[in-house]
Design a protein around this ligand. Structure first.
Ligand code: ATP
Length: 266
């Protein structure tokens, strides 16, 4: 029987920050995330869409185990995890891959692409030299890069190819979930569709769960099975991509749809 337990589940997650504008005795609190429930399972793409400051990146950092929530529960395969514990960090590190917006800053410009791709294997003590070499070959092929790319640094390839390297690195440890935070926003319009198609193909081929985060509702629609609309730290609407587009119930979703260009802006 197929295991339908979500790989990751967030329950009533809150992430509050103390704003700089407050004083010691009367702090102003910024509610970056304010009571979010969220699940992601293998084989589905969940799009998270909202305008700047709505809490998308904060949600991403909770999902990849980089942010300790102020309140709420994080469950990994049904088990509650303490995101502060080093064992949890290892678990997240292996099972949840992350792709950030700008590969120029996410990848070490001094390392060769070969070393970037083998680094996570070394850190986790996985495999030997020959299995790592084989892994680099497989990863480059998987993301559509030539084998010769292994020998150069990220600065020596194009922006689209750099994002492919970042995607390959996210896949190095065979995660079951990928969290992609605005993965095409920093790219030339001409290569955005290629990177989106690559992510969609990888999701199918590797049966990944994918959280796709973007401010652009049309891009989210293009890749997502399910969509969560986030506004001021809360999920104000969610449903299948079809439901949310054809029959939005929330005024904020309607305004996002109204503001979106009618042609797919990718
Ligand atoms: N460390 C922090 N300290 C104070 N406020 C923060 C901190 N991190 C985030 N915030 C605030 O929390 C809110 C949500 O931020 P977040 O970066 O998650 O939004 P976002 O939707 O990803 O926006 P963007 O698309 O502009 O990155 C914003 O108001 C932001 O200013």
């Amino acid at each position: 029987m197929t295991d339908t337990t979500p790989v990751l589940e967030l329950k009533d997650i809150k992430v509050y920050h103390r704003a700089r504008s407050g004083s010691l005795f009367r702090p102003n609190i910024v509610k970056a995330i304010d009571g979010v429930d969220f699940t992601i399972s293998r084989g589905e793409t969940v799009g998270v869409v909202g305008e700047s400051g709505s809490g998308k990146s904060t949600l991403a950092t909770v999902l990849v185990g980089l942010q300790e929530p102020t309140a709420g529960e994080v469950l990994f395969r049904g088990e509650r995890v303490n995101t502060r514990a080093s064992s949890s960090k290892k678990l997240f590190g292996r099972d949840v891959g992350v792709v950030f917006q700008d590969p120029s800053t996410a990848l070490n410009p001094r390392m060769t692409i070969h070393d970037i791709l083998t680094d996570p294997l070394q850190v986790h003590g996985i495999g030997n030299q020959s299995s790592r070499e084989a892994k680099v070959k497989d990863l480059l092929q998987l993301v559509g890069l030539p084998q010769s790319a292994a020998e150069v640094t990220p600065n020596q390839v194009s922006g689209g190819q750099r994002q492919r390297v970042a995607i390959a690195r996210a896949l190095t440890l065979d995660p079951s979930i990928i969290v992609a935070d605005e993965p095409t926003s920093a790219l030339d319009v001409s290569v955005r569709a290629q990177v989106l198609n690559l992510l969609s193909d990888l999701k199918k081929e590797l049966d990944l769960g994918m959280v796709f985060i973007s401010h652009d509702i049309q891009t989210v629609r293009y890749v997502s099975d399910r969509i969560c609309v986030i506004y001021l730290g809360r999920i104000v609407e969610q449903g299948s991509a079809h439901e949310v587009f054809e029959n939005p119930t929330n005024d904020y979703t309607k305004s996002l749809l109204g503001a979106a260009p009618s042609l797919l802006h990718i």
